[in-house]
Design a protein around this ligand. Structure first.
Ligand code: ATP
Length: 348
């Protein structure tokens, strides 16, 4: 299994190298056959050469790799995030990563949040009219195709069934955004007929956000169009205890290719200080291991991260005094201990 590693910008360049040794340790212990190559796509390359995602990158990734592990994109020198859009949207669209999975890990359990990742208000359809240099009309269209909504809903319901979840909620705003809203409702209820073990419900996004913050415990699986899912996932990160804890996977159901990344951005305010929390980046590796069927390895790393987050090595965003390195050193120490306690590990 080959992984393309893109540390990117800001704290991405700190949390990605900090997290990778955990993957290497698990690979060696379990003989997983994972290798990786590092790509320097990001702000520095964009400023030096004007290139974000290099020509041919998509076909090379699709041919030679199984996944991307991305840190973060964003740089104060590029205020409009042109390079970030080029790279991240290029990867999402080019590899058709239209399912975005963002688990919200809470004390009572996990809410499996799925966000459509390529269409809706992020489809890039629209334009603006300017008069004397000032924009007078601005249009961003919300575009959904039935194929994508069907593929998304079917895949997510299948994953929820695999995970033995019982409840699934569709989030929309069909009272105010009726056309795409009704398409989502129609597809959701039709597809749900093939999953009798799941009980469906639907909520308007505003009331859903209110209910989620007041009491998240009733929710198990949540399906959301692009913009709503983006906003809900940040609320989810806040409920979890901060952006340093939230991880995500963007998946193409047809090819199984996936991109794993922390939800946070490049955090220029703390970049270079060595205090960024690598938990979310390392948890993205847990999602990667799970995605490729290495559940035992994923579970071990997940347990070590949870334990380290509750220890003195926790980073300042979690109220601790640890640095990025100290936190991962703690994770590696726990991992070594757990790995050496395991019986019958294959010889690498
Ligand atoms: P970008 O423009 O790249 O999205 P941003 O600063 O607008 O960057 P984030 O990078 O998501 O957005 O950061 C938002 C806030 O959360 C910042 O104050 C940052 O310090 C904090 N933060 C984000 N990620 C982490 C992390 N891994 N560890 C500690 N703090 C974090």
């Amino acid at each position: 299994m080959r992984i393309a590693v893109v540390p990117g910008d800001g704290i991405g360049q700190e949390v990605v190298p900090a997290a990778l040794p955990a993957l290497t340790a698990l690979d060696e212990a379990f003989g997983l056959g994972i290798s990786h190559d590092v790509f320097d796509w990001g702000a520095d390359q964009w400023l030096a050469t004007g290139v974000g995602l290099p020509a041919g990158a998509i076909s090379r990734l699709a041919r030679d790799y199984h996944a991307v592990f991305l840190g973060a994109l964003g740089d104060p020198r590029i205020p409009d995030m042109a390079h970030g859009r080029d790279i991240l949207l290029g990867l999402r669209r080019g590899l058709d990563l239209y399912v975005n999975y963002r688990p919200i890990v809470l004390k009572h359990g996990v809410i499996d949040l799925y966000r459509e990742n390529t269409q809706g208000l992020y489809a890039g359809v629209g334009g603006s009219i300017a008069r004397s240099g000032a924009v007078t009309v601005a249009i961003d269209e919300c575009v959904y195709t039935r194929d994508t909504v069907e593929g998304f809903v079917r895949f997510c319901l299948g994953r929820l069934r695999e995970q033995h979840r019982r409840k699934v909620t569709l989030v929309h705003k069909s009272n105010a955004v009726p056309n795409t809203g009704r398409l989502w409702q129609d597809v959701f209820w039709r597809e749900l007929e093939a999953f009798p073990e799941l009980v469906g419900s639907e909520e308007y996004v505003d009331s859903f956000c209110y209910n989620l913050v007041r009491d998240p415990t009733p929710y198990e699986g949540v399906l959301a169009p692009n913009l709503f899912g983006d906003i809900i996932s940040d609320i989810g990160a806040a409920l979890m205890g901060g952006l340093g804890l939230a991880s995500s996977a963007s998946i193409c159901p047809e090819t199984d290719f996936a991109l794993f990344e922390p939800v946070h951005g490049s955090a220029p305010d703390i970049a270079g200080k060595g205090t960024a929390n690598p938990y979310a980046a390392a948890m993205s590796l847990v999602l990667m291991l799970d995605h490729f069927g290495h559940g035992t390895a994923a579970g071990l790393l997940r347990d070590c991260l949870t334990e380290a987050a509750g220890s003195e090595a926790a980073t300042p965003d979690l109220g601790g005094g640890g640095s990025t390195r100290q936190f991962m050193a703690k994770v590696m120490e726990l991992l070594d201990r757990k790995l050496s306690a395991l019986p019958d590990l294959p010889t690498p």
